[in-house]
Design a protein around this ligand. Structure first.
Ligand SMILES: Cc1cc2nc3c(=O)[nH]c(=O)nc-3n(C[C@H](O)[C@H](O)[C@H](O)COP(=O)(O)OP(=O)(O)OC[C@H]3O[C@@H](n4cnc5c(N)ncnc54)[C@H](O)[C@@H]3O)c2cc1C
Ligand SMILES: *[C@@H]1O[C@H](CO)[C@@H](O)[C@H](O)[C@H]1NC(C)=O
Ligand SMILES: *[C@@H]1O[C@H](CO)[C@@H](O)[C@H](O)[C@H]1NC(C)=O
Ligand SMILES: *[C@@H]1O[C@H](CO)[C@@H](O)[C@H](O)[C@H]1NC(C)=O
Ligand SMILES: *[C@@H]1O[C@H](CO)[C@@H](O)[C@H](O)[C@H]1NC(C)=O
Ligand SMILES: *[C@@H]1O[C@H](CO)[C@@H](O)[C@H](O)[C@H]1NC(C)=O
Length: 479
């Protein structure tokens, strides 16, 4: 691979040299030759959007160039090249971001971070350093192998840093805090193309990166807290409980009435039983970071609703995300709509279920899912509202999401209309006045105040200071 790149770079150079590069060679050729010759041997440059596949192709970026970096230095080199040549760029980690704020045209460039994914624990396993392209599957496997836990999201395919830089919701946040609360330091390439280390002493960027990260830099590696747990105990009790549609009001009321301790969380899904009939199905998945008897006791009010099926079990830490693998399947169109809520309204959820069943009658959309995630508040004592730029710690209690899924773009209007009408029902019953929405679940059509809350003015002022040319302008841009 290294040789091919080198050869391509050389050929490009050769074909470019005789005439002024821009005139005879064109942009792609210049990049191959000039940037290619500065990158590490492990890097490659490809002129195809297909080179960096994404979870959703709906409103996805369509770059003319993908730079697959091989080292952290390659990220800096590429940003400097783009700055020198006025090329728009976007970092890509796991490629799962579904927000539709991407405006990267075919003159734009994706810096694909997946080639840098080293993971290194410290000697006493209290900290782990991961590179920018690491996905959750890789970190969880290494954490389990090293008898530790790390506060990450719950789906194996997502970028550890992509999810972290927006806040980072996950099932361990009740004990350890959100992912942003667990960062110890970050190596960052700035808008000016500098490579710097950011620690809590760098007050402005430390605050801004942890919640609005994609607007302030590319994190090439970061050190996070790890929590040692003996391997035999390193797991949790969880699993699907299936309910009938007529039980929705009782189920929603029971979930709403739960007070979650740090070990608990619960999800609810409207999904289907799969092919060939795609029968609509109501599922709750309780989770307890501890033994089954304690989990069952903690969720007694949910069992009391009378699930028709119970598949809960104690599950090792490295297998906890396996139930959500079907959400990770990449490709196709998945316009998604979400709202933060402070409460669940049983009437709204019954209406949403009816809308869901109706929507499923459209051929091709049967993998669409409606879900709700209820996590415990992160240790408020340790991580106060002002400690990071994630704005909604004290307002959002649950996140509600519609992930539509289909292949044919002619279904876009019907999917958009379904998604936004469901979101309206959440918003009007959320108990939150400003449609607060977690950035990593948001659609992209929200006003900035719904994404960054009261932090908009300070974030915009810091943006002027640290990224005056608005180089990081693709992910819920601050202006
Ligand atoms: C199946 C699925 C499950 C999910 N589960 C969870 C969950 O449990 N918890 C949760 O909090 N979120 C979850 N999310 C949302 C997730 O946090 C966002 O989709 C997030 O943007 C994904 O990051 P990524 O690196 O995979 O995506 P990308 O599209 O690669 O990145 C998203 C944005 O982050 C930026 N970015 C990525 N890496 C870096 C970096 N190293 N430095 C700077 N900027 C970077 C990118 O430039 C882009 O703007 C889920 C999403 C999906 C699709
Ligand atoms: C840089 O590119 C943008 C479009 O991507 C263009 O609007 C702007 O004028 C360019 N600036 C310079 C200095 O060429
Ligand atoms: C433990 O972590 C190291 C990185 O520090 C990693 O290389 C190794 O594979 C991990 N061990 C196991 C058994 O997963
Ligand atoms: C749920 O299922 C598990 C595993 O079969 C079983 O041990 C447990 O008793 C069941 N709990 C209830 C409340 O039905
Ligand atoms: C749903 O997803 C599965 C797994 O990716 C796929 O095989 C199936 O064809 C999809 N169904 C529809 C209706 O898109
Ligand atoms: C919240 O969303 C609803 C429905 O989309 C909209 O009517 C309302 O104006 C929004 N409120 C704010 C403060 O943005």
């Amino acid at each position: 691979m290294a040789r091919t790149v080198l050869l391509t770079a050389l050929l490009a150079l050769v074909s470019c040299i005789p005439a002024p590069a821009a005139a005879s060679c064109g942009l792609p050729c210049t990049i191959d030759g000039v940037l290619g010759s500065k990158l590490s041997p492990l890097a490659s440059i490809v002129h195809s959007t297909l080179a960096a596949p994404r979870w959703s192709e709906y409103d996805a970026p369509t770059p003319g160039t993908v730079v697959n970096v091989g080292t952290e230095e390659d990220v800096q080199t590429t940003v400097q090249y783009c700055n020198d040549h006025n090329i728009s760029f976007l970092a890509q980690g796991g490629g799962n971001g579904w927000g539709d704020t991407f405006t990267l045209g075919n003159q734009g460039l994706i810096i694909n971070l997946r080639g840098i994914r080293n993971i290194e624990f410290n000697a006493d396993k209290t900290a782990v350093t991961i590179q920018g392209g690491t996905i959750i599957r890789e970190l969880v496997a290494a954490a389990y192998g090293n008898s530790t836990q790390v506060s990450t999201g719950n789906c194996n395919c997502i970028g550890v840093l992509g999810s972290t830089l927006g806040g980072g919701y996950g099932r361990l946040m009740g004990l350890y805090g959100m992912s942003v609360d667990n960062l110890l330091s970050m190596n960052v390439v700035t808008a000016h193309g500098d490579a710097i280390t950011i620690t809590p002493g760098d007050q402005d960027l430390w605050w801004a990166l942890r919640g609005a990260g994609a607007n302030f830099g590319i994190v090439t590696s970061a050190t996070m807290r790890a929590y040692p747990v003996p391997q035999a105990q390193n797991g949790a009790w969880l699993g699907p409980l299936i309910f009938t549609p007529d039980q929705i009001p009782a189920l929603v009321t029971a979930i709403n009435g739960l007070t979650l301790t740090g070990q608990m969380s619960i999800f609810m899904y409207f999904t289907t039983a799969g092919p060939p009939d795609y029968t609509p199905t109501v599922i709750a998945i309780p989770f307890y970071l501890g033994p089954p008897n304690e989990g069952e006791a903690a969720f007694a009010s949910i069992f009391a609703v009378g699930p028709v099926s119970n598949m809960t079990a104690f599950t090792p830490y490295d297998q906890l995300n396996e139930g959500s693998e079907s959400f990770c399947v990449a490709g196709g169109r998945k316009p998604s709509y979400a709202a933060g809520v402070a409460q669940l309204d049983p009437h709204a959820w019954v209406t949403i279920y009816d809308k869901y069943v109706d929507f499923l009658k459209t051929p091709g959309v049967q993998n669409t899912t409606v879900l709700m995630e209820y996590y415990p508040s992160p240790r408020a004592d340790a991580f106060n509202v002002a400690s990071s730029s994630y704005a909604f710690r004290s307002s959002i209690k649950m996140n509600a999401i519609v992930n539509t899924a289909y292949v044919d773009s002619s279904l876009d209007p019907v999917a958009e209309s379904f998604g936004s009408s469901v979101r309206n029902l959440w918003r009007s019953s959320s108990g939150l006045p400003q449609n607060d929405t977690y950035i990593n679940y948001a659609n992209g059509d929200e006003p900035l105040v719904s994404i960054y809350g009261d932090n908009v003015p300070r974030l915009q002022q810091l943006k002027q200071q640290y990224d005056p040319s608005n180089r990081f302008n693709q992910w819920f841009p601050l202006y």
